[in-house]
Design a protein around this ligand. Structure first.
Ligand code: OAD
Length: 248
């Protein structure tokens, strides 16, 4: 029997999942790695762009300083995403939404691949690169419906300048989304944390909050993270291989 299969049995994870009334999943860039989306901290091609570290070009201050450059960066990232499709990890998580009385998926990813895989009501903690938001009236539009030659794009409703609808470094998370995620994490029987380095807060605090409230905590990641030592089970491997094999 493969080692992972043994650890799933020995840990009691299967039993926990069969009995679970509420399951909470937090994902990060690693869940999209097998779709070809570069991670932030794995030396991928989004770590540095035009000599700028991603946390500088993706910072709140850049919107005020050079909004056109922020758009150039996000246009570049959308270009990278254009050919990326959901992988078996996204598809498995999408199937899980009907396997439990209550199921919540919160993601730090801005790529939209969970929704493309069929997940509904995804709590997008860091926004979505395919959406633009008006700096004036907060109106939101699909970037794909805007003229790509006009940067920054202009709001259809009020004519204001638009920015990517993504949470940048130094910004708060969208409040409603955050409150719902925190509530669901705190009432979960089982919490999965998949493909995240778990160092960007407040999102990284959700699994620990779930655990404190009594959830059984499972990590899926080929590498150790700061959360590993509080997890009840750590499944070391690629999400696209580990998750589809997790039968319960
Ligand atoms: P990171 O790039 O920090 O971490 C990616 C994690 O995925 C690492 O722990 C890898 O070991 C793991 N990983 C790599 N390949 C994997 C695979 N095939 N299956 C499972 N895991 C794999 O990405 P995040 O933790 O998502 O914020 O980063 C958090 C936030 O930092 C992002 O949402 C972004 C960034 O700044 C914003 O854009 C606001």
């Amino acid at each position: 029997m493969p080692e992972k299969e043994e650890s799933v049995n020995a840990s009691g994870l299967r039993g926990r999942l069969r009995a679970a009334r509420s399951v909470f999943v937090l994902t990060g860039a690693g869940v999209s790695a097998e779709s070809g989306v570069p991670t932030f901290r794995g030396g991928g091609q989004t770590a540095v762009w035009k000599g700028m570290p991603f946390d500088v070009i993706s910072s709140a201050g850049m919107v005020g300083r050079d909004l056109a450059l922020v758009w150039e960066w996000f246009d570049y990232r959308r270009g990278v995403l254009q050919s990326c499709r959901p992988n078996p990890a996204h598809e498995t998580i999408a199937r899980w939404q009907t396997s439990f009385p209550q199921f919540t998926l919160a993601t730090q990813n801005v790529d939209g691949l969970h929704t493309e895989a069929g997940s509904r009501g995804v709590l997008e903690l860091h926004g979505n690169v395919w959406r633009a938001r008006c700096l004036n009236c907060e109106g939101r539009e699909d970037v794909r419906e805007k003229d790509a030659s006009v940067r920054p794009p202009v709001c259809r409703a009020c004519g204001g300048l638009m920015r990517p609808d993504v949470v940048l470094f130094g910004e708060m998370l969208p409040e409603e989304v955050w409150v719902e995620a925190a509530e669901r994490a705190a009432t979960a029987d089982v919490c999965f944390v998949v493909g995240t380095s778990a160092i960007v807060y407040p999102a990284a605090g959700l699994p620990a909050a779930a655990k404190r409230a009594g959830a059984f905590l499972v990590e899926v990641n080929p590498e150790e993270t700061p959360l590993s030592n509080i997890c009840d089970v750590t499944l070391r491997g690629a999400a696209g291989e580990v998750l589809p094999r997790l039968e319960f």
